[in-house]
Design a protein around this ligand. Sequence first.
Ligand code: SAM
Ligand code: ZN
Length: 297
Amino acid sequence: MSAPASPRFPPPLLPLLCCPICQSPLRQEATALRCVARHGFDVARQGYVNLLPGHRAPGNADTQSMVAARETFLARGHYEPLAALLAEHAARLTGADATEGCVLDVGAGTGHYLARVLDRCPALTGLAIDISRFAARRAARAHARAGALIADGERTLPIRNHSVALALSVFAPRNVTELHRILNRRGALLIVTPTDQHLTQLIQPMGLLSVDARKEERLHTRLRATFKPGVREALELTLRLTRDDAFHIAAMGPSAFHASTEELRRRADVLPELLTVSASFTVASYHRVERNGSAPA
Ligand SMILES: C[S@@+](CC[C@H](N)C(=O)[O-])C[C@H]1O[C@@H](n2cnc3c(N)ncnc32)[C@H](O)[C@@H]1O
Ligand SMILES: [Zn+2]
């Protein structure tokens, strides 16, 4: 029997990375990525790499069961119009004639949306970042042109300056200063946020956390100094959900940090067999500008 192939981080994505300790370039040596200072990071069997410096406990990382619930729910296609809309915006922002470039998805979860963007943009590669190893494990196999990292999207990213064409942030935390640093000079940011109308029918029965109505406005204020607003589109969907769908929506989101799987199942089991639920998102693009406010010529 032949020995299993040693795990490999996708070579085309290596030039984007930098050592999280000393910021030098990384290259693959045997089964680890290493910098000149010999800091080493093992490549996991599934092909992702943990670039979290030290052993910081990832407080808000999605758990194994949350990631599994997300994978199941997204595979059922209820959020398909959102994936399609994101892919269209990504294609427009990176240009029909794009011949190369990387899309970085910060807080990528299973890599579902990144994969749809890469399907739509055949010249691009993708890199999924998530603080959850369960998410990174799945994202590493989400698409043939994608790789995955465990890293903290709210802190310094292990990504080289100006190396990314498009950054995605879909229901995930982000560090605006870092996104500005890693995007190339014509780079853009595509952000999806839920509105305060998102899943309102499930908030009370499933104990979902409600969305702060001023969330998007606060985000816009934070971005204003270094990004110019582009397109802003509202997407409203009427979902027809089973109890099992309602369970998976709750089990994949932040309320799963506060209630057990059994408790969420119990709450779903007393719902009507079929529910009509509204999903409400905002998709917004932003263009990187230099700090003095000028857009690239
Ligand atoms: C609500 S989920 C969204 C996942 C994916 N974007 C999607 O829409 O399917 C939020 C994701 O962000 C990740 N996350 C939370 N805090 C993070 C951080 N500081 N850095 C990177 N990822 C983070 C979680 O592990 C989770 O996978
Ligand atoms: Zn180093």
